[in-house]
Design a protein around this ligand. Structure first.
Ligand SMILES: Cc1cc2nc3c(=O)[nH]c(=O)nc-3n(C[C@H](O)[C@H](O)[C@H](O)COP(=O)(O)O)c2cc1C
Length: 338
């Protein structure tokens, strides 16, 4: 029997498949089903800065960034309105889940600023959360805001949350930084124990009948995993945090690739929403079968084995590979070229 255990954020997980934040953690019944299906930890759906601010009527920080960016933040978060749960009920969900379940429960806090709302990280810790994932999701639309200012906001938000809690803290971010490796190091320096790569930025669509902008949530495909896979492979062994991959983890192959890149956890939401919770069981069985076929005894042994530091051709992750790939295009199977 292969040993599927992994250590993520100081927690021993029975396997690398973690259920990332989704509406499935809105009910204890579905959380227990995820545990029964084999998930090794659950990240709760997020508690949003807007929800807390709205409740306490303290919109000071957002207002200082202009009404426009606040309205925009709201419009990008259809889920925030759908999750009709106030902060108290959220905390209650964590403590009930902790009492009823064995696997670690990770609280999720979503915000982009310093402010009173970050106290909720401590309240999550008090409610029994094993760790916290800080989901920073921001669309900097103000032309006056510079890249360094945006980066500093991320770091300041993380630092503020770090000051509130002693439990492990992961930060979930998107891929749109000019210097991802440097940001990863800054997150580590600001107190992150883990980095969850990458947030999916849901793109709004136009409805041409009603001429309205509509939120458009599509589930991921395995293809989307390429981006976090590459970055975890690049950063593994360079920045001393635990990496988790989110976006595009659907199959056993995806889990194995993620671990080989250097991820301690591979997170799954779309696949479970698409195929049901039983999918986790199937994937775990397939991971184990693959390991046995290929004579790997443990996940730990596999972790990082295909990271940039460990592969025979490290340039495969870099610019050199880009040129090589473009020049490798020989034929034109599509028949589009003259
Ligand atoms: C319906 C839905 C709700 C989500 N809610 C949250 C959330 O509250 N907080 C969060 O950090 N991510 C949220 N996510 C993002 C997922 O946790 C995950 O990062 C993303 O779907 C990419 O992973 P996947 O390819 O496995 O779906 C949500 C995703 C979906 C599809």
């Amino acid at each position: 029997m292969s040993d599927l255990r992994t250590r993520y954020l100081g927690l021993t997980l029975k396997n690398p498949i973690v259920h990332s934040a989704s509406p499935l953690s809105e009910s204890l019944a579905t959380m227990r089903k995820l545990e029964d299906a084999g998930c090794s930890a659950i990240v709760m759906h997020s508690l949003f800065e807007e929800q807390i601010q709205n409740e306490s009527r303290q919109l000071d920080h957002y207002l200082s960034y202009g009404a426009q960016s606040f309205a925009e933040a709201l419009s990008y978060f259809p889920e925030a309105e759908d999750y009709r749960v106030g902060p108290d009920e959220y905390l209650d969900r964590i403590s009930r889940a902790k009492k009823a379940m064995e696997i670690p429960i990770i609280g999720s806090l979503n915000g982009v600023s310093r402010g009173g709302w970050v106290e909720h990280a401590r309240l999550m810790q008090d409610a029994g959360a094993d760790a916290i994932e800080l989901n920073i999701y921001m669309i900097p639309t103000d032309p006056a805001m510079t890249g360094p200012e945006v980066e500093q906001m991320y770091v300041d938000t993380l630092s503020a949350v770090r000051q509130e809690v002693t439990i492990p803290l992961a930060v979930k971010v998107g891929p749109y930084f000019s210097a991802m490796a440097n940001m990863a190091r800054r997150f580590k320096d600001a107190g992150a124990d883990g980095l969850v790569l990458f947030n999916r930025f849901y793109q709004p669509d136009f409805d041409l009948e009603s001429l309205e902008v509509v939120p458009h949530l599509t589930l991921s495909t395995s293809w989307e995993m390429r981006l976090p896979l590459r970055w975890v492979a690049i950063l593994h062994g360079r920045v001393d945090v635990d990496f988790a991959i989110t976006s595009g983890v659907h199959s056993a192959e995806d889990v194995i690739k993620g671990v080989m890149a250097g991820a301690k956890a591979t997170m799954m939401t779309s696949a479970v929403l698409q195929s049901g919770m039983g999918h986790v069981k199937t994937v775990l069985r397939d991971v184990e079968a693959w390991m046995e076929r290929n004579e790997y005894v443990s996940i730990e042994q596999m972790c990082g084995s295909m990271s940039q530091k460990n592969v025979a051709e490290p340039s495969a992750f870099e610019r050199a590979n880009y040129m090589k790939m473009l020049h490798s295009w020989q034929s034109d199977p599509t028949g589009f070229l003259p």
